[in-house]
Design a protein around this ligand. Structure first.
Ligand code: SAM
Length: 325
């Protein structure tokens, strides 16, 4: 479907839990005590119904995210349910890679096409420091296994923060030499704990890379919306940039989000949307739910104001683990 600004909306990101097994410094406080009760999370049936409803109005790609989506014990059941929806053509996940290596085959067989793994340092001790306890070697092993072929696409999400990991940019680029993966630099957004760190503009990152390599612009996959991609001659993988701050991409935004508590979000930056829980509790039909979602999407905000110091009450205050990134 198209919203009132004539954007083609075909991509749903659904956060299936706000819980996470890591505490990335820019995402969650060390002693976070604000996770939801498991009983307040969307059930596998709720998730299926929401995705089915959105598929009736044109959603073709679904990304399962969190929190850490793989800590849900019913993850496979959720994946199977989404995979059973005929109009969903691509299923992706954003994960920290935890608990993934043993399940790659099963997830691939049940419809998972694309995997994004978050990795903010290639130095084991730095990775552990940023994530407050993550095991670098486990994640790297998973990335290497996953890149061997059964998935359509494996990408690494990297958030570069000045003074923290900005000395690793070329190391990340070098990963694409031997591995057929995408390394994507995502600008740190001033959301939640992210406000405490200094973000690095993607244009600065690009300059550092260009000083060493010649980059060729890669063709853009339309289902990816805002990212731009480059390749280095003879490198197997690609490099991507998502620049929500320095290069606002709202006019190409193709996505909606559903939070782990069942709230349909129309823009990452604003708290506007629809609480889907009362509808789900009232046993609404999938077609009726689709109508409600459709009329909300039509009014999707035109653009975010993340780089203005706006006092607007509609600005989102939820953390990334609830929204799903
Ligand atoms: N646990 C999963 C993971 O680690 O990928 C999924 C959830 S995590 C919230 C999703 C993505 O959001 C990660 O790639 C993370 O780096 C990113 N993220 C979290 N806070 C951010 C911020 N303030 N700005 C930009 N990206 C952020």
């Amino acid at each position: 479907m198209f919203d009132k600004n004539n954007r083609h909306i075909n991509y749903l990101r659904i956060s299936i839990t706000d819980h996470c097994n890591l505490r990335c410094q820019y995402c969650l406080p060390e002693n976070n005590n604000s996770f939801s009760n498991n009983t307040d999370l969307l059930t596998a049936d709720d998730i299926e119904k929401i995705v089915r409803a959105t598929s009736l109005i044109g959603i073709e790609k679904v990304r399962i995210t969190g929190g850490e989506p793989l800590i849900r014990k019913d993850f496979l059941e959720i994946l199977k349910k989404i995979n059973s929806i005929e109009k969903i053509k691509k299923i992706a996940i954003t994960t920290n890679g935890f608990n993934l290596s043993n399940n790659l085959n099963e997830f691939s067989t049940n419809g998972l096409n694309r995997i994004n793994i978050s990795l903010d340092s290639l130095k084991p001790s730095k990775y552990s420091e940023i994530t407050r306890g993550g095991d670098f070697f486990q994640v790297m092993k998973t990335i290497e296994q996953a890149s061997l072929g059964q998935f359509e696409r494996i990408r690494i999400n990297v958030v570069i923060m000045k003074g923290i990991n900005d000395n690793e940019i070329l190391d990340f680029v070098n990963l694409t030499k031997e591995l057929d993966i995408g390394v994507r630099f995502i600008e740190l957004m001033p959301i939640g704990e992210g406000k405490q760190f200094i973000s690095m503009k993607n244009s600065e990152i690009l300059d550092i890379i260009k000083a060493k390599y010649t980059l060729e612009k890669d063709s853009v996959d339309k289902t990816d919306g805002p990212a731009s991609y480059y390749k280095i001659l003879n490198f197997k993988g690609e490099i991507g940039f998502i620049s929500p701050l320095s290069n606002r991409f709202c006019e190409h935004c193709n996505r909606i989000r559903v939070t782990s508590s069942g709230f349909l979000k129309l823009c990452l930056h604003y708290n506007q949307g629809v609480d889907l829980i009362p509808y789900l509790k009232s046993n609404i039909s999938t077609e009726e739910l689709a109508k409600i979602i459709k009329s909300a999407i039509y009014n999707k905000p035109k653009e975010h104001q993340m780089n203005c110091n706006s006092q607007d009450k509609t600005i989102e205050t939820k953390r990334m683990n609830e929204i799903g990134g």
